[in-house]
Every structure is written in C-alpha cells, then in structure tokens.
Design a protein around this ligand. Structure first.
Ligand code: MG
Length: 372
C-alpha cells in the first residue's frame, strides 16, 4: 500500500515574493497544482501536502479531485519542521520524495529518476552544477566554482532513513535548509542525480513572467472566408472602405478579412465558428460593421484566458489593388482586438486571373492566428 509517497511543501511564507506565490495563476494553473500534477504523473502513490493559512483552501480543493490520496497537514514554523510533520504522516511508505511546491516546473521524468535512484542507492538528490561566478560579501572575493553544485528538489530517500534522520536532527536541535543535509547529519552519503535547468524555484515577483512564458502552450487557429463581389455594395476589408465599382455581398458588411480573422481566433480558442457566435439569421447583425463582431470574438478569447500572439492574413483578390490600404486595415483590426499593430499582418495577393477570385467574381481571405 502506497510504497512510494511524496511530501509537497506548501507552508512557506513567500516572504521574498510578498504574496502567496503558490496560489496565483501561471498560465491557468497554480504552482501548487502544477507541482502536485507532476508528482502524480511520476507515479507517486500518495502525497502529504504541508500547508499554511493561505494555501490550505487550495490544497483541500486539489485533494478532492486528485487521482491519488492526499493528506493535508498544517506545516511547522520552518521547512525542516514541516518535513518532519509530513514524514510522520506516511504510514507504510518505503520511499519518500520531498519536493518544494515552488519548483512547479519540475518534470515527471526527473521525479521518476530521483525515485529510481532512491530505490537503488538509498537516495536521489537532484542537483545542478553552479554556472555563475560566485562572490562573497563584503569584499566580493571570488569563490572557487569548480565542483560546486546547487541542490534542488525532489530529494528522495528510503523512508526509514530520512525519517530517523529528521527525528534525530529534531532531538539534537540541528538545523538545515535541505533534506540532503539532514540525511548527511546522521552519517549517510547522498547520491546525487543531475537536475534540470527548468526546475527553478519561483521566488521573486520578477520570476513570474519567466515562469508564465515557460508554462504557456501556444494554440493555433485557421480561418477562411469567401464573399461574392456584387454591384451596388460597399467594399469593406479589415474595417476599411476601399473605392471600387463593386462590393462584397453578405448579411453584415461582408468584410471577408475580418470574418476570416474571427474564425481563426475562435478556432484557436476552440470556441466554435463565426456562424455559431453571430448567426446570419439574426437581424441584429444585418449590415453590422464586422469590427464590432471582432471586438466581441477577441473578448471571448481573452475571457477564456488566452492572449493573442499574432495574426497573419492573406487576401486573394485580382482587383482592386489593395496595397495602399493594408496599413490602415492592420491598424483598425489591431485596435478592435486591443493588441499592438505589429501583431497583425495583412497581405494581398493576386491569383493570376485564375479561379473565381481571378475573374473578380469574389474575394477570399485565409488567415492563421496564434494564441498563448
Ligand atoms: Mg463571411
């Protein structure tokens, strides 16, 4: 029963961040959830989460829907005390993997390697060689870097050894900042395994944008629209009216460029398509400026938690010449989506008089959108 168990440390005060870093959203998931997911994906069979006032509610919520049994306990005043409290709540464990929840980019593969090392060698402590030049205050003298390693987590051990190490350290009043030091304190030699560059600890406010970028997964969408050219209609593309003796025919202003962009955005966010969001049987959309529809589609995309990275559209038209208007289209489209103009590219191509577009019977637009 639950031979391999995990300790997930989420009882820290986040003093260097100034607010609880484990409960904020990183590309839609909290750091605590990301760390827990990694432990579960690595095959950890049961997890004890140590919590503080500010992480308790989130931990309880996550435990209710976790694929493995979770035990939520109040942490101690120090990291070391929290680990001991958690280790005492792990009946029948043979292997204990201890992980700081703030290292939320840890890969399941690294956790698995740490567990495998602990099984085979008694311990698997994740560490990386120091890359930076080290100096010590107050004279900023250089410290030798050769052979210097920085330890990360997970740090995984035979359960009985790490529990007795922590018990003994507690009795003796020995304090340390990581589990490996406590393990060494009772005479064990730790086995190290190489860590991952990605396995950073979320510490400072300015770390957030880097972590966000590392967590976000891009989503691509594709949109295409064709409208017929007809006499007596205005020609509107990308919200810009273009002088021509014909215009695009349709229920709204028939702005095929804006429609293709809407479809690409909705596709990327998996929000259906333009016909479903704005049915052409609805009189509310008759003759409407399609930029208003784009504003609403971009709003729906934002509401789902996505940011528009960029748009690239190509208008296929034999006539009229569109190049003089492309810059203006780009600006009005960007304004409607509330993004910078350099995130919207609008190009035009002539189809060499081939096909319906080549015979000036209609205009087609193809577009891709990338969301993060
Ligand atoms: Mg259309």
């Amino acid at each position: 029963m639950y031979e391999v168990q995990g300790v997930l440390l989420a009882a820290g005060a986040s003093r260097r961040m100034g607010r609880d870093k484990l409960t904020l959203s990183l590309a839609g998931l909290t750091p605590l959830e990301r760390s827990l997911n990694a432990l579960c994906a690595a095959g950890i069979q049961r997890v004890v989460i140590t919590v503080s006032e500010s992480t308790r509610a989130l931990a309880a919520k996550l435990s209710a829907r976790s694929p493995v049994p979770i035990c939520v306990v109040e942490g101690g005043a120090t990291r070391q005390q929290s680990v001991l409290i958690a280790l005492r709540k792990m009946p029948n464990a043979r292997i204990a993997a201890i992980h700081d929840a703030a290292r939320c980019l840890v890969s399941p593969g690294l956790i698995r390697l740490s567990v495998a090392a602990a099984r085979e060698k008694g311990s698997g402590v994740v560490a990386v060689p120091v890359r930076d030049t080290l100096r010590r205050e107050p004279d900023f003298a250089i410290l030798p870097r050769e052979g210097v390693w920085a330890t990360q987590t997970p740090q995984t051990f035979h359960y009985d050894s790490i529990l007795s190490a922590y018990e003994e350290a507690e009795r003796d009043g020995f304090s340390a900042t990581d589990d490996c030091a406590v393990y060494q304190y009772i005479g064990h030699t730790p086995h190290f395994i190489p860590g991952e560059l990605m396995n950073q600890k979320l510490t400072y406010e300015e770390d957030l944008c880097l972590f966000e970028a590392m967590c976000s997964t891009p989503r691509m969408g594709y949109g295409e629209d064709t409208h017929r050219l007809a006499q007596g209609r205005r020609l509107v593309l990308g919200g810009v009216e273009i002088p021509f003796h014909m215009g695009l025919f349709g229920h709204s202003d028939a702005d095929a460029l804006t429609h293709a962009i809407i479809d690409a955005l909705l596709g990327a966010a998996c929000l259906g398509d333009i016909g479903r969001m704005f049915p052409d049987t609805d009189p509310a959309y008759e003759g409407i400026c399609s930029l208003r529809l784009l504003e609403r589609a971009a709003g729906a995309v934002r509401e789902k938690g996505y940011r528009i990275t960029n748009i690239d559209a190509t208008v296929v038209a034999q006539q009229p010449k569109l190049h003089p208007y492309l810059g203006k289209m780009q600006e009005s489209l960007a304004a409607s989506m509330e993004i910078a103009p350099d995130r919207v590219s609008v190009k035009a191509t002539t189809p060499e008089e081939l096909g319906p577009e080549g015979r000036t019977e209609g205009i087609t637009v193809r577009c891709v959108a990338l969301l993060e």
